[in-house]
Design a protein. Structure first.
Length: 95
């Protein structure tokens, strides 16, 4: 869990709000040592209350904005990385 990333995600001017909620969720789930998280679309949908299509569209938007990167692992899952550099524009994420 990374509180500095969460604070920065809340401070970032992300629209629509669904994308912001997902960014905050990913920041919350980020491993502070590796910087990665890997929740499924289903898990993100369940925790945020957003439907699957909205989650997928929002993840694409966040990636196009440079807020996150994703890397699909064959036979496993997708690893997400929240951009400390990009979020550093909105709050201190140096830790």
């Amino acid at each position: 869990m990374s509180y500095d990333l969460q604070d920065a995600a809340w401070a970032a001017p992300i629209k629509p709000v669904a994308a912001k909620i997902i960014l905050v969720y990913l920041a919350h789930k980020t491993n502070s040592k590796s910087g990665a998280c890997f929740p499924s679309i289903k898990t993100i949908s369940e925790y945020t209350g957003l439907d699957r299509k909205t989650v997928m569209k929002s993840l694409e938007r966040l990636e196009s904005m440079g807020m996150i990167t994703s890397k699909k692992k064959i036979g496993c899952c997708t690893h997400y990385q929240v951009s400390r550099e990009k979020l550093g524009e909105y709050a201190d994420v140096t830790s």
